[in-house]
Design a protein around this ligand. Structure first.
Ligand code: PHE
Length: 356
């Protein structure tokens, strides 16, 4: 019997020394395998008497069961240790803050455009949208800027395939083409309604044209205050009795509402645009704040040139009005105190999220 106790002890010790499943299986073979020690003992029973075989066999079985139990226990211990290691390696730090989904928001220039639309909307202006790929006619010629006019050189732009030599396609350099596009549609509606001759200039009755046209514009220009793509918002008011005085009133009211300051002063500085006569740059001056005392240019403007009124299909003897072109990027910089225009177009979320 003592030999059996020894074998069980030896097996238990060998199993305890095994630190990987493979080592454990090797140790098992030494005791329970085909030529293992227990198998050898069984073979040794052949020489015994029937009675001896009975008692010896029972004892060997008990020992075998003890070894199998030790093996199972060690297998479990190794599996537990393995699992423990894996859990440690794959541990999640549940105290780390989760990834949050930002609420998102509008770009600061979009906020400005919405503000411009709301203010002019309250003054009865419609909002019109037009193409960014424009024809030479709408961008220049219809706006009293014929080919070879020196004013075209300030509006160098990107030309687009698909036009003809006579009618090239380009990225619009300003929103002023929308003056023509919108007015032509407006006039057509009221001319057709009374059956007036479409080849003659219209001098009948029609509701006033009062519209703004915000959108993207393009020029070959790039520095801290100019971007090849920028925004403009055109304004047009044409009727039978619309004067420069109305332009001054409307624009002053707009600026004071936009900047929420009744002390804001405006200056209409004489200038030149081919499509307005007289023309003026509009400068504003804040009464307080870091920019106080400086004149800041915010728009071009003027009384619509008679040739432009004609290209709208209207009789300039009857219709008169004003137009302006605002720089919404500039307004955004002034409103928020931003000094580099390029920040608006870099797409850096740290900059943009400040405006939400
Ligand atoms: N289109 C002009 C520009 O881009 C601005 C302007 C618009 C001037 C309307 C007068 C009237 O500079």
């Amino acid at each position: 019997m003592t030999d059996l106790f020894e074998i069980v002890d030896a097996a238990t010790a060998a199993f305890a020394q095994a630190v990987t499943p493979a080592e454990l299986e090797n140790a098992k073979a030494l005791f329970l395998g085909k030529s293992g020690r227990m198998t050898e003992l069984m073979k040794g029973m052949a020489a015994l008497s029937v009675d001896e075989k009975k008692s010896r066999g029972a004892a060997i079985n008990v020992a075998k069961q003890a070894i199998e139990a030790a093996l199972t226990q060690r297998r479990q211990a190794l599996a537990d240790a393995e699992l423990q290691l894996q859990l440690q390696a794959e541990a999640l730090d549940v105290t780390l803050p989760g990834r949050q989904r930002g609420a998102g928001g509008l770009h600061p220039v979009s906020l400005t455009l919405e503000r411009i639309e709301a203010i002019f909307g309250s003054m009865g202006f419609d909002v019109a949208q037009g193409p960014e790929i424009e024809t030479d006619w709408f961008n220049f010629t219809a706006l009293n800027t014929p080919e070879d006019h020196p004013a075209r050189s300030m509006h160098d732009t990107f030309y687009v395939e698909g036009g003809t030599e006579k009618a090239p396609l380009l990225l619009r350099t300003h929103t002023s083409p929308m003056q023509i596009r919108h007015a032509v549609q407006h006039v057509k509606k009221y001319r057709d309604a009374v059956g007036a001759d479409s080849s003659a200039l219209f001098s009948g009755d029609m509701p006033e044209i009062r519209v703004i046209a915000p959108g993207r514009t393009y020029r070959v220009d790039s520095d801290a205050t100019h971007s090849p793509m920028f925004h403009q918002c055109e304004g047009l008011w044409v009727g039978e009795n619309v004067s420069f005085k109305d332009l001054k009133f409307v624009f002053t009211d707009f600026c004071r509402t936009f900047f929420e300051s009744d002390d804001l002063v405006l200056r209409f500085r004489p200038s030149f645009f081919p499509f307005t006569e007289p023309s003026a740059e509009i400068d504003i001056q804040f009464a307080a704040g870091p920019l106080a005392g400086r004149w800041l240019e915010v728009a071009g403007s003027g009384q619509v040139h008679p040739n432009v009124i004609r290209n709208m299909g209207l009789d300039p003897e009857k219709f008169i009005g004003f137009a302006f072109g605002i720089g919404p990027d500039r307004l955004t910089m002034l409103r928020y105190g931003v000094n580099d225009l390029r920040l608006f177009f870099d797409g850096d979320i740290r900059f943009l999220s400040q405006f939400q």
